[in-house]
Design a protein around this ligand. Structure first.
Ligand SMILES: Nc1ncnc2c1ncn2[C@@H]1O[C@H](COP(=O)(O)OP(=O)(O)OP(=O)(O)O)[C@@H](O)[C@H]1O
Ligand SMILES: [Mg+2]
Length: 336
């Protein structure tokens, strides 16, 4: 099997700034790959190099196994959805979607048929004659998606396609994006800084830090085993503790039990402290416990008030060890 996109030691410098450094990445065919990381970590730069809008300073890009480092964008069979959608305001929805086919000199009948199919796929057939300004944000986003897939790209590149939408629509569109990817079987590369979006959509999650690969793998493998504090923080972990006999660890608050005085502890590491903050959550309480110079977040079903002397129980099998330095990332193409 040939990989749709391979980056081999790709580096991009802008003057003195290294935006992407020595990146090796294999994008698996027919899957959803998410490039994830904080602002400025090199996500857009990576996508633009794959698309051909930007040349690497060093390294190679292979598309379908063939050398493509210097190939111009129009000679790469890629569909791109930009953050701003970049629709043509004076063209109807149908003509916006037809644009890529006209550039490729597709025939009239074929264009009509394929535009119809693409609009159907994104649920916009009834709005084909509208103009972009007569559409909602979510509808414009669908037009951009239809325009990218109508050319049947071998890879669909998406740069934060949902970031202009409000929170509720964003969650809804995620599912639609996934449906379109699954129905067409297109290889998709999505840039996002939203970890929930990546967890929900990605078959392969690629976490970048300062232009370097920090960790990669299937969300179900990465989430329970962040390779560094950076990844753990990014994925929303909040407990960063040094536990006797374990060193630096993180643990989800759900697994930390806060015990009221007199509660008999089952096995695990116990720390003593004072309840600093108690937040009622319906089924249980989230408790911030001051234990020595550390704060531990845990949960309890017992009645605990701020100021109470408590103990926290850290089950050994839920502790995630965090190396001081990021380890070498797992091998590429590691999807389920
Ligand atoms: N054309 C450019 N000229 C100079 N520096 C650039 C250029 N494009 C990007 N950079 C720098 O390269 C780094 C990576 O930028 P990039 O746009 O790839 O980040 P990003 O991960 O997409 O961030 P965001 O989440 O904010 O979109 C940043 O430090 C940025 O300032
Ligand atoms: Mg960006």
């Amino acid at each position: 099997m040939v990989n749709p996109v391979e980056l081999d030691g790709v580096t991009r410098e802008f003057g003195g700034v290294t935006a992407v450094q020595d990146l090796d990445l294999t994008v698996p065919e027919g899957k959803f790959t998410a490039l994830l990381g904080p602002s400025g970590c090199g996500k857009t730069t990576t996508l633009r190099m794959i698309a051909g809008y930007l040349a690497p300073t060093r390294g190679r890009i292979l598309l379908d196994g063939a050398e493509a480092t210097r190939l111009p964008p129009e000679r790469r069979n890629l569909g791109m959805v930009f953050q701003s959608y970049a629709l043509f305001p004076h063209l109807t929805v149908a003509k916006n979607v037809a644009f890529g086919l006209r550039m490729r000199k597709a025939g009239r009948e074929e264009t009509r048929r394929r535009v119809g199919e693409a609009l159907e796929l994104v649920g916009l057939s009834h709005l084909a004659e509208r103009r972009p300004r007569e559409l909602s944000g979510g509808q414009q986003q669908r037009v951009a998606l239809a325009r990218a897939i109508v050319i049947r790209p071998s890879v669909l590149l998406l740069d934060e396609p949902l970031s202009n939408l409000d929170a509720r629509l964003r969650v809804q569109m995620r599912q639609e994006l996934l449906n379109v990817q699954r129905e067409t079987g297109v290889t998709a590369v999505l840039v996002t800084h939203d970890q929930d979006e990546a967890l929900e959509l990605a078959d392969l999650m690629v976490i970048l830090r300062d232009g370097r690969l920090e960790q990669l793998g299937h969300p179900r493998d990465v989430f329970p085993a962040p390779a560094s504090r950076f990844v753990a923080e990014f994925l929303g972990y909040e407990n960063f503790l040094t536990v006797p006999g374990h060193g630096p660890v993180t643990i989800r608050p759900e697994y930390v039990r806060v015990l009221a005085a007199g509660e008999e502890p089952p096995g695990g590491t116990l720390l003593s402290g004072t309840a600093a903050r108690v937040t009622y959550r319906g089924t249980d309480c989230l408790v911030a416990v001051r234990a020595g110079d550390q704060t531990v977040l845990g949960t309890t079903a017992a009645e605990i008030r701020p100021g109470d002397e408590v103990r926290v129980l850290l089950p050994g099998d839920r502790l995630i060890h965090l190396p001081e330095n990021a380890p070498v990332p797992a091998t590429a193409g590691d999807t389920r």
